[in-house]
Design a protein around this ligand. Structure first.
Ligand SMILES: C[S@@+](CC[C@H](N)C(=O)[O-])C[C@H]1O[C@@H](n2cnc3c(N)ncnc32)[C@H](O)[C@@H]1O
Length: 252
């Protein structure tokens, strides 16, 4: 009998942010296929006798090419396994979960999507930055800073003029270029920016600066991927709402 696939969002890093439904699916899996940003604590929930297959490395380079990951999911399900495909954050936000679901659907494999808490909002929340606020931002945009991953491109000239918060994932490699493009298209150089590395984890680090200086500040602090970049006036709220620091025992 053909098996079943759960496409699971593992959340942003803090294992406490895994959903109950995701935990339940993991506990009944015989195969788990996982990416780089999935924590050890979450993998520990997988039954000892389940096969674990690591397929992810960094943003655009996988241990296995995407087509092979799709084929692996189909192959394991056809062997009758209950497969958990664990992806960081939410599987349908910049995680190619949509492509994996399409591959399963095209081969007639049954699957379920288990949404996860995305780094889009979790990393800012752990940095004390609300993405919306009644007097500061009526909404937010989420884009990738890694344009080549997205053939549709990002309308930086439009985003530059928006008064809403801008959240950028996978933007660390292009931070200087992005900030220059936003300023060239009309965003004020003194707009506050936060960069949150390894958000929600014990390795979380946050730096804050203005749009004009953030690339230099991040370089000096040696922050790298994975990080969420938040641009907009809501970043100022961190001064008063900062609540989580990995070295503060009470905040966990
Ligand atoms: C391929 S995308 C996957 C996003 C994921 N599906 C989600 O919903 O969070 C990877 C990017 O997510 C962001 N990211 C994921 N986990 C993060 C974390 N714990 N802290 C900061 N950024 C994170 C980074 O921008 C990273 O480059």
């Amino acid at each position: 009998m053909t098996g079943h696939v759960y496409l699971i969002g593992a959340g942003p890093g803090d294992p406490g942010l895994l959903t109950l439904k995701a935990k339940d699916c993991l506990e009944k899996s015989s195969v788990v296929i996982y990416d780089r940003l999935v924590s050890e604590e979450i993998l520990a929930m997988v039954p000892c006798d389940a096969e674990r297959i690591y397929v992810g490395k960094a943003a655009n380079s996988h241990v296995l090419p995407q087509a092979d990951i799709d084929a692996l999911l189909v192959e394991k399900a056809r062997l009758g396994h209950t497969v958990s495909r664990l992806k960081g954050g939410d599987p349908f936000i910049f995680g190619r979960g949509g492509e994996e679901a399409e591959a399963l659907m095209s081969k007639g494999i049954s699957f379920e999507i288990i949404p996860g808490i995305s780094s889009v909002m979790a990393a800012p929340a752990y940095a004390g930055i609300p993405l919306t606020h009644r007097t500061l931002a009526a909404g937010f945009h989420v884009v990738t800073g890694h344009e080549c991953l997205h053939s549709l491109g990002t309308p930086w000239e439009v985003l530059a003029l928006s008064s809403q918060t801008l959240v950028i994932l996978m933007g660390m490699g292009h931070l200087r270029e992005i900030s220059e493009k936003l300023i060239a298209n009309g965003r004020a150089a003194d707009t506050p920016v936060a960069v949150i590395q390894w958000g929600t984890t014990l390795k979380q680090e946050v730096v804050v600066g203005t749009l004009g200086e953030i690339a230099r500040v991040v370089e000096e602090a040696r922050l790298q991927s994975p990080a969420v970049i938040v641009i907009g006036d809501v970043v100022r709220l961190r001064q008063t709402l900062r609540w989580f620091e990995p070295d503060m025992a009470w905040s966990r």
